[in-house]
Design a protein around this ligand. Structure first.
Ligand code: SF4
Length: 237
């Protein structure tokens, strides 16, 4: 699906967040368009009429803003990103995430990168040399058939795990974010072994994707029992 792409000028880029002290979203909208995505509220905030996943506003002035804002704000950890994937396909062309990471690294700001895309490997030179950068992948299942049901436009699971392995082998602190816990997450503990420094697990029950569970007879994987099974397996790894 080719998204409707608009280049826009943002008013600010380094904003306060409830998850980490700051967040940077170089894009509004996300080409991955995951079925369960909580960030779809951005449609309402920005007045977009297109379905979630089919529009992207490119904040073309993000690096220009960030260069000023890192000098004006108190240094603290920055989440890249919160309501978009910083390495969605358009980043290959626009390189906004790369430019922002370079500015944060030059100014010694700590950064937590979160993505579903191996495009992050393009920036391994910046990430490896920065002082307090960590990079993680969102991976909700070990089963790529399940991934295709819930996240058809996001990169395959095997590519994410291979990218984590490369980052980890490069000496970068890595993590996996398992949220939501999709069906087929039971095998993740084994697949992630030796490739991550830590794992975060969260139910993330936003219910946008409940219809997929119903349509494919997967309701048992919405249960507390299943979540606890995966959580215990990951805790014991
Ligand atoms: S990659 Fe993240 S921000 Fe993008 S659609 Fe999926 S869950 Fe939402």
């Amino acid at each position: 699906m080719t998204p409707v792409v608009r280049e826009v000028r943002a008013k600010s880029i380094l904003t306060r967040s409830q998850i980490y002290p700051y967040v940077i979203n170089p894009y509004t909208g996300c080409q991955h368009g995951c079925s369960y995505c909580y960030a779809r509220f951005m449609k309402r905030v920005t007045g977009h009429r297109e379905p979630w996943g089919e529009f992207v506003d490119v904040k073309a002035n993000a690096p220009e803003l960030l260069r000023k804002e890192v000098l004006q704000k108190k240094r603290d950890r920055v989440w890249v990103s919160g309501v978009c994937d910083p390495y969605q396909p358009l980043e290959a062309k626009y390189r906004l995430t790369r430019q922002c990471l370079a500015i944060l690294a030059d100014n010694h700001w700590p950064v937590t990168i979160q993505t579903r895309s191996p495009l992050v490997l393009r920036d391994i030179d910046i990430i490896r040399n920065a002082q307090e950068f960590e990079a993680g992948f969102s991976i909700g299942t070990a089963d790529d058939a399940i991934r295709r049901l819930f996240e058809p436009s996001a990169p395959p699971i095997s590519e994410r795990i291979a990218a984590l392995e490369t980052l980890h082998a490069a000496g970068i602190r890595t993590y996996a974010m398992i949220a939501p816990v999709l069906p087929g997450a039971q095998g993740l503990a084994a697949q992630l072994a030796g490739k991550v420094d830590f794992i975060v697990i969260d139910r993330m029950n936003y219910h946008y994707a409940d219809h997929i569970y119903r349509e494919h007879g997967l309701e048992e994987f919405l249960s507390e029992r299943y979540y606890e099974q995966v959580r215990r397996e990951l805790a014991a790894r």
